[in-house]
Every structure is written in structure tokens, then in C-alpha cells.
Design a protein around this ligand. Structure first.
Ligand SMILES: NC(=O)c1ccc[n+]([C@@H]2O[C@H](COP(=O)([O-])OP(=O)(O)OC[C@H]3O[C@@H](n4cnc5c(N)ncnc54)[C@H](OP(=O)(O)O)[C@@H]3O)[C@@H](O)[C@H]2O)c1
Length: 323
């Protein structure tokens, strides 16, 4: 296959390019070039923020295009300017209108689309627009609504924080939000990439949810401690106490990831993935992902964007002990 990856210099796009090269495809990545592309793929530098930005890759007939954009304008230009047999769009579970019910299937209600992504809080609405543009313009397309993506290269730190924290405890325990039954699901970046390449090869037509099996925060914590070989014990802290001590949920500075303190978002991470699994998606055991992510956390140099730093955790523990 002649495969064009729109992206390829970051987490998922790079994994897609790596997988496609390994499967013997000719891979061109089109991006501004903020980081190198994998060995065996080539980079065409371009900027999709310009109306004719895709010009360097329009004079070729592609077997498939994989696009990771979040921006409807980028999608509009891609479907207008590129010649391809098949289009794979990486979308997101954020397209759904509600998250107060478990494991929604692909026919659940969506949020309203936006024409352009001026505000990141419109992320899901932007992806709804991207999905419609791709479906309307392509003879065949795979629209993949991904759940939280974990694994080596997850710069957000959401999948890596707990294994890393158990490997480097600041005391006898590890601080956690006291919602052990909170539903968690995530997909390993390599499993997702493999299925995206398969979808391109087979021109799988349709819209699919893609994430891992639903589990609980307690199980993630158990596995994280296990892969870290840690003796530290979990210390489940009332979410109200965490809030009082300045600890946020999900991600960002001074946070504890993989939970959201809002019933309307309780099932956010979970999705019905029967259709994707029937079409060839295979997801590995969560323990494998956590172990590989821990190895990545041990060598990463950029700051983690989720979790508690050592001083944060020590401060919060001391405040809890003093209360
Ligand atoms: N992370 C998650 O948990 C999660 C969950 C659900 C869905 N998703 C979806 O998964 C995908 C993640 O993709 P990713 O990790 O490969 O990428 P990413 O971190 O979103 O980076 C975007 C890619 O597009 C390129 N790009 C950005 N602006 C560009 C421009 N103006 N012109 C040309 N190229 C541009 C970037 O390269 P340059 O900077 O080199 O231009 C980069 O390769 C996204 O579609 C996201 O919505 C993520």
C-alpha cells in the first residue's frame, strides 16, 4: 500500500507509521516536522493551517490516508485535495453527547458539530464535523472513535502515572481518590495503530468505537503496583478532601488521573467495542500496557502532565495526617 499518514510525528500517528512500515507498506508522513518520523517512513513537511497546505502530497494517488487531525478545516482540505481509495479518520469518544451510561454503542447520540476548532473545549464537536466530512466525501472510510490511548509515548502521563508512582513512592502509601469502583478503559497505542493499519489494508467501511475492556480504578491500581513490584499500599482519599487540598481529577498539574468527579462523566472512558472486535481489533491485557508504559516513564525527559509530583504528594499526605 502507498499510505499517507497525516501526522506521524507524535504519539499515535508515529505508531501507525511504525506499524505500516513493519507490514511492508510505503509510508509518507505529512506534518510540520515537530519531531522525526519512524525509520522507514518519509516525512513531507507541510502546514495544514494553510488553505493549499497539502499541495506537496496532492499529485499522488494514495491507497489509503490515515488522519489524526482534530480540526474540521484540516479535514475539509484533506477530502477536497487528496486522491485516495480509502480514508481512515481517528476520532474520539468525546463525540458522544452524554457519558452517564456504560459502554455506549456507535449509534448513541452525538454532540452538535462545530465548523472549526477555535476552542479546545469544542474538541468532541470538532471531531463530529470531521467525521461527517470524511463520510460524505469518501467511497469507503473507517471512522474510529478512540478511547483514552495509553502506552509508551503517552506524554499526558495518564496511563503512566500510577505505575510510575508505585515504582517511586514518597512514603509507605500511594495517594488515590476513594472511588475504587470508578470505571476505567484505555487502549494501548500499538493495538490501536495495528487496527488502523488493518482497516486501511482491508478498506473496512464504517464507524467504530475502539478501546480496551472496561475495568475499575482499583484493578488499575493493583496492576500498577504489581508491574512496579511495589510494597507501597494504596491510600484511598475522599474526593472532597482531595479537592480541599488542591488535587484535581483526570489530568493536569497536581492531579490524580483516570477518574472524573462528576456523575455525568462517570462512564466517559467506556465504550461498546463489539463492532471493532468483530472487524479485527485485538487489545492486549492492561498489565502489558502498564508495564511498557512504566518503562517509558522511567526514561522520559519531558515533564509529566498528570499526577502528583513528589513535593505535591508529600504535602498532601502531611495535610491528611495532620487532619
Ligand atoms: N490521546 C488520547 O488519549 C486520545 C483519545 C482519543 C482520541 N485521540 C485522538 O488520537 C489522535 C492522536 O494523534 P497523535 O498522537 O498522532 O497526534 P497529536 O498529538 O494530536 O499530534 C497531531 C499530529 O498532527 C500534526 N499536525 C498538527 N498540526 C499540523 C498542521 N498545522 N499541519 C500539519 N500537521 C500538523 C502534528 O505534527 P507536527 O507538529 O509535526 O506538524 C502531529 O503529528 C488524535 O486524532 C486525537 O484526537 C487521542
Amino acid at each position: 500500500m502507498d499510505l499517507l499518514v497525516l501526522g506521524g510525528t507524535a504519539f499515535l500517528g508515529r505508531a501507525v507509521a511504525t506499524e505500516a512500515v513493519a507490514r511492508g507498506h510505503r509510508v509518507v508522513c505529512a506534518a510540520r516536522g515537530s519531531a522525526p518520523v519512524p525509520d522507514g517512513a518519509s516525512l513531507v513537511r507541510l502546514d495544514r493551517d494553510h488553505d493549499r497546505g497539502l499541495a506537496p502530497v496532492v499529485d499522488h494517488s494514495w491507497d489509503a490516508v490515515v488522519d489524526v487531525t482534530r480540526t474540521p478545516r484540516h479535514t475539509e482540505r484533506a477530502v477536497r485535495d487528496l486522491t485516495t481509495q480509502h480514508h481512515v479518520l481517528v476520532s474520539t469518544g468525546n463525540v458522544y453527547a452524554r457519558f452517564d451510561r456504560p459502554e455506549q454503542s456507535e449509534d448513541a447520540a452525538l454532540c452538535a458539530p462545530v465548523d472549526d476548532l477555535d476552542d479546545i473545549s469544542d474538541y468532541g464537536r470538532g471531531k463530529v464535523a470531521c467525521e461527517s466530512l470524511v463520510r460524505a466525501a469518501s467511497a469507503t472510510s473507517t471512522v474510529v472513535r478512540s478511547g483514552l490511548i495509553g502506552g509508551p509515548g503517552d506524554t499526558s502521563g495518564r496511563s503512566g502515572y500510577y505505575p510510575w508512582r508505585f515504582a517511586h513512592p514518597t512514603g509507605a502509601d500511594v495517594l488515590l481518590p476513594a472511588v475504587p469502583d470508578f470505571p476505567v478503559a484505555l487502549i494501548d497505542v500499538e493495538d490501536l495503530a495495528r487496527w488502523l493499519v488493518l482497516a486501511a489494508e482491508r478498506r473496512i467501511d464504517g464507524t467504530f468505537n475502539a478501546t480496551g475492556r472496561t475495568t475499575t480504578l482499583a484493578e488499575v491500581v493493583r496492576l500498577a503496583a504489581d508491574v512496579a513490584g511495589s510494597d507501597a499500599t494504596p491510600r484511598w482519599v475522599d474526593p472532597a478532601e482531595l479537592e480541599r487540598l488542591g488535587v484535581a481529577a483526570w489530568m493536569g498539574p497536581t492531579s490524580l488521573p483516570l477518574w472524573i468527579d462528576d456523575p455525568a462523566w462517570r462512564w466517559f472512558a467506556t465504550m461498546d467495542t463489539v463492532a471493532a472486535r468483530t472487524a479485527g481489533l485485538v487489545t492486549r491485557p492492561l498489565a502489558d500496557t502498564l508495564a511498557r508504559t512504566l518503562a517509558y516513564e522511567e526514561r522520559r525527559t519531558e515533564p509529566r502532565l498528570a499526577g502528583l509530583t513528589d513535593p505535591d504528594e508529600i504535602r498532601v499526605r502531611a495535610a491528611l495526617d495532620a487532619a
